[in-house]
Design a protein around this ligand. Structure first.
Ligand code: PLP
Length: 234
């Protein structure tokens, strides 16, 4: 399974390049975040051996278990936290993440500010917007996005790099991507994290500067708890 990762990565990078060129964009302006959640450290190492340097995890606990050793090795990489973040995990997230993509409420902003003071570091931040206004999904509501983005900018300044979204499943994601792009433009924000295995080429056409791709690189995720990582706590 591990040798397949290099081939899959090459395929995804190729599709990313084509999508960027088709949109008249520089492929170098679109960063590929390899989403390794539920996959073991060996899978991350295989991707790193194939040149991948940016990874995404949605649970802080799992990321701690998987990336702590890798941090002590010479190959540099960047780690993005892309899953909903509880305030009691903010300190761990601030300690290990290079980017927190899921800032979506004032209480979490408080927890991140507090953690940053204690840890003496502050990751780059993206505000997650719930572009489908779905009850079960994280992200600030669309109607509240402008005010929340302004408050985050006032508090964290240029550490706020951009916006992130996960459009509703089973719908055309493009209108949601375009909404997010317009929202980022209103606020002068450069980074747009949008697009996953099924829709990253559409996202690139709509201006994504970062796509988060898991399945298309690592294959289907093993059921939680069977991978060789600590079972994520709830
Ligand atoms: C799991 C996940 C992804 C990757 O999804 P795939 O469909 O496997 O590419 C991207 N973004 C977020 C927020 C995720 O939780």
């Amino acid at each position: 399974m591990l040798p397949a990762i290099a081939g899959a990565l090459a395929r995804v990078r190729g599709e990313l390049d084509l999508a960027a060129k088709a949109a008249g964009r520089d492929p170098g302006a679109v960063s590929l975040v390899a989403v390794s959640k539920f996959h073991p450290e060996a899978a991350v190492r295989a991707a790193m051996a194939a040149g991948q340097r940016v990874f995404g995890e949605n649970r802080v606990q799992e990321a701690l278990g998987k990336f702590a050793l890798l941090r002590q090795e010479p190959t540099p990489f960047r780690l993005h936290i892309i899953g909903g973040l509880q305030t009691n995990k903010a300190r761990d997230a601030v300690r290990i993440a290079d980017v927190i993509e899921t800032l979506d409420r004032p209480k979490l902003a408080d927890a991140i500010a507090d953690a940053s003071e204690r840890e003496g570091r502050l990751p780059d931040l993206l505000v997650q917007v719930n572009v489908g206004d779905e009850a079960q999904k994280g992200g600030v509501a669309m109607a509240e996005a402008d005010a929340f983005i302004e408050s985050v900018h006032a508090r964290f300044g240029t550490r706020l790099r951009g916006l992130m979204c996960i459009p509703p499943a089973e719908t055309d994601p493009k209108p949601h991507f375009l909404w997010l792009q317009a929202c980022a433009a209103r606020h002068g924000l450069a980074e747009l994290s949008m697009g996953m295995s099924g829709d990253f080429t559409d996202a690139i056409a709509c201006g994504a500067t970062e796509v988060r791709v898991g399945t298309a690189i690592f294959g289907h995720r093993p059921p939680a708890g069977t991978a060789d990582v600590p079972t994520p706590s709830l």
